[in-house]
Every structure is written in C-alpha cells, then in structure tokens.
Design a protein. Structure first.
Length: 180
C-alpha cells in the first residue's frame, strides 16, 4: 500500500482543499461516456434515418401512417430547427453560438453529473452535430416527420429539442430545490 507524507494526508481530509475540488471534476467527467454515447446514438440514428427516407421517398412525397395526422414527407430545411428562420448565415451562426454557450454552461453545472443531464446534453449535442453534418453536405437539412400542422422535422431536431427541454426542466427543479 502507498504511504503519503503527512502533509498530503491532511490535504485529502480537508473538504475545501484542491483535492476535494478534483473530486467534483472527476464526477463531471465520469458522465462523459453517457454524453458521448447519447450523442453518437442520436447522430448515427439521425443520419441513418435520413439515408433510409431519402432512398424510400421522393422529394415532396407524403406517406401517411395515420391519415392526415402522422406521416413521412421528404423535405429540405434551409432554416433552423422545425423550418424556422430564413437560413441566412447570420441566423445560423447566432443559433450555433447560442447552443455552444448553453452546452458550456451545462457542463459547468452539476446537471452534467446526473445521468439524465448527461444523456440530455449528449442528445442535444448529437442532434446539433448531425444536422450540421447534413447542412454542410447538402446545404440544407433533410426533414421528414409529419405530425399534424407542426413543421417537418427529423430525429436530430427531436433529440435537440427534447435534450434542451430536459436540461431546462432539470435546472428549474434543481433551482427550486435550492430555495426550499
């Protein structure tokens, strides 16, 4: 067994020490596999579904799974998520900067240490990265899900939206718990 000098032994027992701070860092990094796994799962499933749908449908073709309610329609999106925005470089850059800043804030909080927070962060990151890959490859994002009058969307849009929504709910829940 390793024996540490007395000075190091006392540092390890003090909660406000540098070593105690390192424990927090380690616990944040302990969820990195969950973040990475969720990002990869979302990214790969989004790109795979886009590939399958573009080979199965023609552009603009709609196939209803539940008549007039839920279906598939192959469309292009030059804007941001769910067809919003005009597709201008400024709008897209603003959204990308906002997402990166949000993800950095989340990484600095304790939300990333919870499994749900890590998965939500990974889902949001995977969705954003997958849509960026699609946009750089084709100049637009391929959307195909149809739900009623809602704008067309894809797996990446859904994961990004649900991931961010989960993080917001978790933050409000955590914030309410601090005030109680």
């Amino acid at each position: 067994m390793l024996s540490f000098p007395p000075a190091l032994r006392s540092v390890k027992t003090r909660p406000a020490s540098i070593v105690a701070g390192m424990e927090i860092t380690r616990s944040r990094h302990a969820r990195l596999p969950a973040v990475t796994g969720a990002a990869l799962a979302v990214g790969l499933s989004d790109l795979a579904t886009k590939s399958v749908i573009t080979n199965w449908l023609t552009w603009g073709e709609t196939r209803w799974l539940i008549d007039g309610v839920i279906g598939l329609e192959l469309t292009e999106n030059r804007g941001i998520a769910f067809g919003f925005g005009d597709g201008s470089s400024f709008t897209l850059a603003l959204v990308a900067v906002g997402l990166v800043m949000l993800m950095l804030v989340v990484l600095r909080t304790d939300l990333a240490t919870e499994v749900a927070g890590a998965i939500a962060l990974g889902a949001a990151a995977g969705g954003a990265i997958s849509n960026l890959i699609d946009r750089f490859a084709d100049g637009a994002v391929t959307d195909f899900f149809v739900i009623g009058p809602w704008p067309r969307f894809n797996v990446a849009d859904a994961a990004l939206t649900l991931g961010l929504l989960t993080l917001v709910i978790m933050e409000f829940r955590t914030d309410a718990g601090r005030r109680a």
